[in-house]
Design a protein around this ligand. Structure first.
Ligand SMILES: CC(C)(COP(=O)(O)OP(=O)(O)OC[C@H]1O[C@@H](n2cnc3c(N)ncnc32)[C@H](O)[C@@H]1OP(=O)(O)O)[C@@H](O)C(=O)NCCC(=O)NCCS
Length: 158
């Protein structure tokens, strides 16, 4: 046996908040969610579902390498956030986290998933396209920076 154990996906708990905050600040340095915001998200279960990619026993960012959150309301689910620590990118974690959100959405009875992405976020846009998301509409100059937001949707098949 050699190598490093892969990060495993599991539901987020309040104990994960320090690690999630470290990922959040590295992934969204301009406008990170703060600790109170993350507590509020985790407190909003069952409507909100948060998943972490965790490497147990690892100290760096408390072992949390990425996380993702979903809001489910009836037929439609929304991806609230998706982030992977810069040191853990390019290995499929983002794709796995997104796939887990789709499973959770299906399990909760949703038939489609919506999300918003910055028009300039090429990496995330490629990831979403690979998962079958299509453009619904553009919200012009939606972000403080003046960047457009793209609203994307994926139909979920049972
Ligand atoms: C978007 C993000 C979550 C992807 O995480 P990740 O773990 O690197 O993603 P994956 O390794 O699963 O890669 C998925 C796809 O993204 C693209 N991608 C990943 N890293 C890339 C890179 N460095 N350059 C170009 N494309 C890249 C590829 O298309 C890849 O597909 P592939 O497996 O066919 O090559 C991560 O880059 C991130 O946290 N970014 C900052 C936060 C953010 O923008 N979140 C989305 C907000 S809407």
């Amino acid at each position: 046996m050699s190598g490093v154990a892969p990060a495993l996906l599991r539901p987020a708990t309040w104990r994960d908040i320090p690690g999630m905050l470290a990922v959040e600040r590295a992934a969204f340095p301009d406008e990170p969610w703060d600790e109170a915001g993350l507590w509020a998200e985790l407190a909003s279960r069952p409507r909100r579902a948060y998943v972490v990619a965790a490497r147990e026993g690892q100290q760096g960012h408390e072992g949390i390498e990425g996380y993702a959150g979903l809001d489910v309301a009836g037929d439609v689910a929304d991806v609230m956030t998706l982030a992977v620590h810069p040191g853990s990118r390019g290995g499929g974690l983002g794709s796995s986290l997104l796939g887990r959100l789709h499973d959770l959405a299906r399990g909760a009875g949703a038939t489609s998933v919506l999300l918003e992405v910055r028009s300039g976020n090429e990496v995330a846009r490629r990831l979403y396209a690979a998962h079958g998301y299509g453009l619904v509409r553009t919200r012009e100059r939606y972000y403080r920076s003046g960047e457009d937001a793209l609203v994307l949707r994926k139909e979920l098949h049972p």
